[in-house]
Ligand binder design. Sequence first.
Ligand SMILES: Cc1cc2nc3c(=O)[nH]c(=O)nc-3n(C[C@H](O)[C@H](O)[C@H](O)COP(=O)(O)O)c2cc1C
Ligand code: SF4
Length: 442
Amino acid sequence: MSFKFRYRSPEETAQAATTLGLSMGFSTDYQRLGEGLTLGQRTIPNRLVVQPMEGFDGVNQGEPGELTFRRYLRYAKGGAGIIWFEATAILPEARTNPQQLVLNSETVDAFARLVDATKEAAWAEFRHEPFCILQLTHSGRFSKPAGQRQPIIAVHDRVFDAVVGVDAAYPVLTDEELEWIRDTFGEASRLAYQAGFDGVDIKACHRYLLSELLAAKERTGLYGGSYERRTGLLKEIVALVKNSLPTLTVAVRLNATDLVDTANSWGVSPEHPGRPDLGEPLRLVTDLAELGVGLLNITAGTPYYNPHVNRPYDQPVKNGYAAPEHPLQGVDRLFNLAAAIQTHLPAVPVVGSGYSWLRQFGGAAAAYNLSHGRHQLAGFGRQAFAYPGFARDLLSGEGMRPEKTCITCSKCSQLMQVGSSTGCVVRDARVYAPIFQRAAQV
Ligand SMILES: Cc1cc2nc3c(=O)[nH]c(=O)nc-3n(C[C@H](O)[C@H](O)[C@H](O)COP(=O)(O)O)c2cc1C
Ligand code: SF4
């Protein structure tokens, strides 16, 4: 099945959603998006968020490179209230691409320059300071530090072992190794604080290491099996960071559901494996809030197995699959997952994901969702690659311009898949069309 975006107004989009049995709302009262939000000792200048989006353009063992600086300066000049810096590995072997950013004592000064430059650029343009969060990651089974797969796994799983080509004899991380990784997350958080970030995100989504652990029902030992044990490492990391760096905001980008039918699943109904079951995810966010998590960013699925759940698209990557559902269903699922968590936990601001498929009407969907308390912040991923000034146009009241929006063509994902640096091939073609052409020849 292939469904292309073809709507001329928010009303038409809402009507299409109704026809599919969904209830998506839109509002052109963009004022709500411009409201500040107090978080810790800071005020976030508005409710629009640049989602974490890897560019894979690090240099010298993981420092931000020229294209990294370019990307964040474009975001800063675009006006979003939160800039959520991309997945940054806590260890060189935990990268999913040789050019992924790595935070350690050798690269920290370059990160400090990046945060300074980002805040300065936003100040010069808007007289505001964006809230800067660094996403810290361990890529786990999707690690490819030298360009080839070097999986680091927490549990064997029928579905995911096949995805990365490992068999039952492949080694699994020991509890001691996980504890060392926990402490490394702690050290990376300290370095993020030193570099000037306002917050860190302990990434627990998309089936990277900490997300795999949440689902590790068939793991034995301290960090697998029961709910308490599977969620234990993430909670220990949060407690460690909160105790050692009390003024740093700790955020978690969390899968509300993996939506994968397998023995080691997270947030999936055992009776209906195609449906989310939020019992454990709701319990986890309550536990995380008690430990001091101040911000949640809700997402779902994994780009390695069910990308249509993770990022609804018109067109798949080359050799990918056409989405088995209307993309509006994917967008609606992501909105509903964030709404369920926000309703359950009103005190902790939730960032909603999945806005880019809606093109120029994404801002109107955000205005509706925020004014109806479905989440407190709206995150834009591919849209920020394509249209870094989306926030400026929304906050000025003009709305987003159709000729600038992401068209969900998956070319940026394709670049990522082949191990290249990535960005918007369509709207930032001067830089990324030649990169795409070169990658296509490989
Ligand atoms: C090229 C690319 C890179 C991404 N990098 C990250 C990342 O670093 N961290 C993360 O949590 N999600 C990452 N994502 C997922 C996005 O943040 C976002 O959740 C997804 O694209 C859906 O939101 P959208 O519809 O606004 O694009 C990436 C997605 C793409 C296409
Ligand atoms: S290449 Fe550009 S237009 Fe295509 S999906 Fe990525 S950000 Fe959107």
